[in-house]
Design a protein around this ligand. Structure first.
Ligand code: FMN
Length: 206
């Protein structure tokens, strides 16, 4: 699914990604958009996201939270109206998320693990990147992944992580870290887990 703009970006990728790494952070304040994908407003993945946000705010960054699971967002229709770089045919709350992302330095994807992948609520947002894929991939954004799962074995997260990593490569995102909350099946399990501290420290380290 390489578009013309991505072919151009690919040829400049080495140069641009080096420049992005140097300039975007460089000790400067960032605008960070957190996209939350859990139906549980006070659930485990959002608890981890809150800790991340606390750390990031303490480090001087501006944090904007978008609760995709409780907004009016519809799945991509695959209608090709946008041609991957034009207005989306659908008029819903995705426009707000789009504008926030296109004016941000960093995006954080927050999700419960559902059948070894991300929630449909978060995937719906990612699929809707389609109408601004060129613009978004051209930004060379920083990203992070925050996930919560019930199980604590090693076979829970790799499938979600592989998907996220591929998305980063395709969209020219620079991964800044992943909070993989295994054993975070309920808020009380999550509250006492080391992942809360890890999430705070990731935000604070930016
Ligand atoms: C539809 C569904 C699928 C799930 N799939 C998995 C899974 O594959 N592995 C796992 O460890 N937990 C799974 N869980 C448990 C959730 O990931 C876990 O309860 C998580 O803490 C929910 O996060 P939240 O409170 O942020 O929504 C699933 C839960 C639901 C409702």
């Amino acid at each position: 699914m390489l578009t013309q703009c991505q072919n151009i970006f690919a040829s400049q990728a080495g140069l641009v990604s080096l420049a992005a790494l140097y300039f975007i952070n460089g000790g400067q304040q960032m605008k960070i958009v957190i996209i939350k994908g859990s139906p549980h407003k006070n659930g485990s993945s959002n608890m981890l996201a809150e800790q991340f946000a606390k750390g990031a705010q303490e480090a001087g960054h501006t944090v904007i939270e978008m609760d995709a699971a409780h907004r009016n967002i519809h799945p991509c229709l695959g209608c090709e109206h946008c041609g991957m770089d034009g207005p989306c045919a659908q008029k819903d709350d995705m426009g707000e998320i789009r504008d926030a992302l296109l004016s941000a330095d960093m995006a954080v994807f927050v999700t419960p693990v559902y059948y070894f992948g991300m929630s449909a609520q978060l995937k719906m947002v990612i699929d809707r990147f389609y109408s601004f894929t060129c613009k978004l991939s051209g930004k060379h954004m920083k990203t992070a992944l925050i996930a919560a799962a019930w199980d604590s074995n090693a076979d829970v997260m790799p499938y979600l992580v592989e998907h996220y990593k591929k998305l980063c490569r395709y969209m020219n995102f620079t991964d800044c870290g992943q909070i993989l909350g295994t054993g975070c099946g309920t808020p009380s399990m999550t509250k006492n887990s080391r992942h809360m501290i890890d999430a705070y420290q990731l935000g604070k380290s930016l």
